[in-house]
Design a binder for this molecule. Structure first.
Ligand code: SF4
Length: 386
């Protein structure tokens, strides 16, 4: 059982005190999915360099650490006993204090377009959602960085469930490994194929779990060989996180969710991030571009009759014109009982035209995963209510 402090940490105006979120800690003794009561350290999430140090600490040659990394990240191994080329004494030492840390796939939901969503039971703690998406010539995984989310966006199933805890870097990487394995099993990838792109757009706000998110990005790059340019980090507009990220010398794409073109409406739609105005958010994005030369993507979820009007598109065009960016329009993916609805097709066309006439580049996100509760947090909520 985890200590859940997310709701208690939300002040009255709904704004987040991110530094306090790390207080949602794991207790020292816990039952894992295998029913073991002693909490052992998790290997997944350690880099090859860290595993080499661990091997030396346990009295082995450094290269044994590299072998462990190969089993974890390249062979998808979840048991020391399966690590065939390790000496028995080393395996025994590892088993005493560590476990690999892979999750179990508790539920798989598949869509006709090949998109699938996994509900994962991590070694310790609450269920995690992740999504696999096949495209022509590439395979994407959408990862969660938190269980639940403290932001509470009005239209989001995850936000409605509140914040539970931060995920570790290993738990984030585990999602990518699990998606790759299921994709091979489902013949969406051949045996040699692998997840080529990762988007941090699942449950949670990545920049409020900054260290684990950053560590996961590096692990995806160094251990799973996923190019930095194939990684997209998304944020609801946590300004200090954007400035910090700009200094990391990463080449990943930054996607910033706006969802409104005026501050009053944004405060209603995104109640957990009222500290920063749209101007402050776009200023941070300009800084990010100056530092990294990477063009920022602005995500805008179109909600019928709420933020899809002519005045909304004109305000958004004013806010973004002249900025080196691009806008991704996302027609709302219906969440049961949310009270929000997808926009009419004509509204999407008009909205896009206004932006393009102002010189703002626009794309429209393809609808994926129809029929599989594809909006983030939906599958987890459904599982918890049954
Ligand atoms: S849309 Fe994203 S930031 Fe908003 S509540 Fe959902 S998961 Fe959190």
């Amino acid at each position: 059982m985890f200590i859940t402090l997310g709701f208690m940490l939300l002040p009255k105006n709904g704004d987040v005190k991110p530094d306090l979120l790390i207080l949602a800690v794991r207790p020292s003794v816990i039952h894992n999915w295998a029913g073991k009561s002693k909490m052992r350290k998790i290997l997944l999430g350690m880099s090859t360099a860290e595993l080499k140090l661990l091997a030396v600490e346990l009295g082995e040659k450094e290269f044994r650490g590299k072998q462990v990394a190969d089993w974890l990240y390249r062979q998808g191994c979840n048991k020391m006993s399966q690590m065939a080329n390790l000496p028995v004494a080393f395996k025994t030492k590892l088993e005493e204090g560590y476990e690999a840390g892979r999750s179990l796939v508790k539920k798989t939901s598949k869509s006709k377009d090949g998109t699938f969503k996994l509900l994962l039971q991590p070694a310790y703690g609450e269920l995690v959602e992740t999504v696999g998406m096949p495209y022509e010539g590439r395979f994407s995984c959408c990862v969660s960085t938190q269980v639940g989310c403290p932001i509470g966006c009005a239209f989001c199933a995850t936000g409605a469930g509140g914040f539970k805890r931060n995920l570790s870097a290993g738990e984030i990487v585990d999602q990518v490994l699990s998606v790759g394995e299921v994709a091979i099993k489902e013949k969406l990838l051949d045996g040699e194929g692998r997840v080529s792109h990762v988007v941090f757009m699942g449950m949670g706000e990545p920049l409020l779990n900054y260290d684990a998110t950053l560590a996961a990005v590096h692990l995806l790059n160094t251990e799973l060989k996923i190019g930095m340019r194939n990684v997209t980090l998304s944020t609801i507009g946590y300004v200090p996180g954007i400035y910090r990220l700009a200094g990391e010398d990463l080449q990943c794409t930054l996607a910033v969710s706006l969802h409104a073109a005026d501050d009053a409406l944004r405060r209603k739609l995104v109640p957990g991030m009222t500290r920063f105005t749209l101007q402050e958010i776009t200023d941070a994005c300009k800084h990010y571009f100056r530092e990294t030369s990477r063009r920022v993507t602005f995500e805008y979820c179109l909600l019928k009759g709420v933020n899809d009007g002519k005045a909304d598109s004109a305000r958004l065009a004013d806010l973004l014109k002249g900025q080196n960016c691009h806008v991704n329009l996302i027609p709302f993916n219906t969440v049961a009982e949310s009270g929000f609805y997808p926009p009419e097709a004509i509204r999407i066309v008009d909205f896009r035209r206004v932006l393009e006439e102002a010189g703002v580049m626009v794309t429209q996100r393809e609808q994926r995963g129809a029929g599989i509760q594809a909006a983030c947090g939906q599958l987890r909520r459904q599982a918890l209510s049954t």
